[in-house]
Design a protein around this ligand. Structure first.
Ligand code: TYD
Length: 216
């Protein structure tokens, strides 16, 4: 079973998921001036909760955590993101469109590299699958080149790791497909304003975008 109206962006570091979320939001607002569209909630994982803040400290290297602890924190953050009042589940079921920059597949991919498949699988198997998932595919060398001038380098932002990330995404995408999620692989090496059109082309065909707002 998938959560209708729930869309997820996934990809390696520097693949542009955050930039695309902002561009899609702008595209959506422009379109909403001309026709009735549902309410849109753009969100991300790690979230801006206290658990998310702890995760960000670990990603920046300000605190050191065991890989297993980090896996559990991502899952705890996700639990709140999904099931808290006004979280993803609530909003999708009342007819909002929710787009999240990263979700459970990030844990299966990233934490799977550091602590093996079993724990991330166990921690994430109860989270429902999204209706639509975009995988932003790009050569890790190009992706890392895009983010090398950021002031802080995070713990996963190095080439060997990102090569594994890309391989694991490709290997694990069928896991979601089996659950009914529609997977769209986007060529993320293209210019951002071109990529957003590729995303929009798919997004605009979601049932909620055609029917407008209202739960169904
Ligand atoms: P962040 O700086 O928030 O965003 P991004 O790099 O996507 O713009 O980084 C999130 C990092 O956390 C990124 O390296 C992926 C990683 N991550 C996991 O390892 N597991 C997870 O479950 C999630 C959601 C993210």
């Amino acid at each position: 079973m998938v959560v209708n109206n729930f869309v997820v962006f996934e990809g390696g570091d520097g693949s542009g998921t955050t930039t695309q979320l902002e561009l899609v939001r702008q595209r959506f607002e422009k379109e909403a001036r001309e026709r009735t569209l549902p309410l849109l909630w753009t969100t991300c994982e790690p979230t801006d909760s206290v658990i998310g803040a702890l995760i960000h400290s670990a990603l920046r290297g300000s605190i050191t955590l065991r890989a297993e602890t980090l896996a559990r924190l991502f899952a705890a953050d996700r639990e709140e993101h999904l099931f808290a009042e006004n979280g993803v589940k609530d909003r999708c079921s009342r007819g909002e469109l929710v787009i999240s920059d990263r979700y459970a597949l990030s844990s299966l991919v990233y934490q799977g590299i550091d602590c093996g498949d079993a724990l991330p699988k166990l921690l994430n198997e109860a989270f429902p699958a999204p209706e639509l998932l975009f995988f932003f595919d790009i050569e890790p060398e190009i992706a890392l080149g895009r983010i090398e001038n950021r002031p802080v380098r995070e713990i996963f932002e190095y080439l060997d790791f990102q090569v594994k990330v890309r391989e694991r995404y490709k290997a694990l995408l069928p896991w979601y497909e089996e659950q009914g999620t529609v997977i769209i692989t986007v060529d993320a090496a293209k210019m951002p304003n071109v990529v957003v059109e590729d995303v929009w082309k798919e997004l605009k065909n979601l049932p909620i975008m055609i029917k407008g707002s209202g739960a169904f």
